[in-house]
Design a protein around this ligand. Structure first.
Ligand SMILES: NC(=O)c1ccc[n+]([C@@H]2O[C@H](COP(=O)([O-])OP(=O)(O)OC[C@H]3O[C@@H](n4cnc5c(N)ncnc54)[C@H](OP(=O)(O)O)[C@@H]3O)[C@@H](O)[C@H]2O)c1
Length: 313
């Protein structure tokens, strides 16, 4: 693979993939609202991916060998409320992308979610049956089906992630760091389990998959099942923050518009057979997140993102 197109380049995951991809590949990236001007990119393109004409023009112009499709309407509660937008960004866009990718014989890496499962067991494998509890997860399941029936060379990557945002918004890990650093009492679920991965670790795996040949579904997450509270404890340990700010609460104390699985931890046994990229445990990947902070990554990634017409440099 020489030329890669990354959709959602301004997102939490897409920005990390773009930062990594420009080192080795001719990299094109798309954004919807916030331009992400990473140095070394061959093209940075504004695109509404649910518009057939726009995406066809993009593919004709770029002619990528692989597309890493990270763009989506990712707000789980937002998708429950605005189903039309969820349908547009998460299903219609995928249909268009899959058709165009199949036409030019490119490879598609699609980012799905651990929320496709109902949370009744632990460490779900690729063979387990999906049973989405939310509209967001339902759109992802339908997108997966479209890709399986349309594309020849693809990988559907189910994951759960955290990391440093390019945009001025907080991922779960940034929210914990910001809250505890400000001395705020920070409520965290002790009974919602998952196995998240740092975006930068996931970026390496996605680029390996894009350059590789594996076709099918793959669970690419952190190796360890943990509760939200345990993740926050680990963040406090590694970032030397005051753990007494963490307040253990039950998921049953929170009622949002969308239901979420009680346990969406994924098995990475298959991914470990296929990937050379290591899938670290929680302590290792939070330590990597801290190392990135120490070398100035959060400020750097933000400096490439333009918000409300102002270049943050
Ligand atoms: N975050 C998680 O915990 C998590 C867990 C499991 C799976 N995932 C999946 O991982 C992927 C990346 O998630 P993320 O957290 O990095 O997302 P994010 O930060 O919300 O970024 C979403 C990206 O999609 C773009 N986008 C949204 N609608 C679009 C449209 N109609 N046309 C073109 N671009 C559009 C956004 O552009 P602008 O911002 O420029 O408008 C942004 O670049 C998603 O597929 C998500 O479903 C995420």
């Amino acid at each position: 693979m020489k030329r890669v197109l990354i959709t959602g380049g301004s997102g939490l995951l897409g920005s990390a993939v773009a930062m990594q991809a420009v080192r080795d590949y001719e990299t094109f990236l798309t954004y919807y609202t916030y331009p992400f001007r990473v140095p070394g990119a061959a093209g940075i393109i504004q695109a509404d991916l649910a518009d057939r004409g726009v995406f066809r023009g993009l593919i004709d112009g770029v002619q990528p060998e692989a597309i890493i499709h990270t763009a989506a309407f990712t707000n789980v509660d937002g998708c429950e409320v605005d189903r039309a937008q969820a349908e547009r960004s998460n299903v219609v866009a995928v249909q268009l992308i899959a058709e165009e990718v199949a036409k030019i014989g490119a490879r598609l890496i699609f980012i799905s979610t651990d929320y496709v499962f109902d949370g009744k067991k632990s460490y779900y494998t690729e063979e387990d049956a999906v049973n989405p509890l939310s509209y967001y997860a339902e759109t992802k399941v339908r997108a997966e089906e479209i890709i399986r029936s349309t594309c020849q060379s693809y990988c559907i990557v189910r994951t759960s992630l955290y990391g440093w945002n390019a945009q001025d918004k907080l991922s779960f890990s940034e929210w914990v760091i910001a809250g505890v650093s400000a001395g705020k009492k920070t409520p965290l679920f002790i009974d919602q389990y998952y196995s998240p991965i740092l975006t930068n670790n996931l970026a390496d795996a996605l680029l390996e998959l894009a350059a590789g040949r594996y076709t099918g579904t793959l669970h690419v997450t952190g190796a360890q099942r943990c509760s939200r509270f345990e993740v926050a404890e680990c963040i406090c340990d590694v970032f030397s923050l005051d753990k007494t700010c963490l307040s253990p609460v039950s998921r049953t104390s929170f009622r949002g518009p969308a239901a979420r699985p009680a346990d969406s931890s994924l098995s990475v046994s298959k991914a470990r057979l296929i990937l050379k990229t290591p899938l670290p445990d929680l302590q290792e990947s939070i330590t990597e997140m801290k190392r990135l902070q120490d070398e100035g990554y959060p400020a750097l990634v933000k400096s490439y993102c333009i918000q409300e017409g102002i270049v943050q440099q």
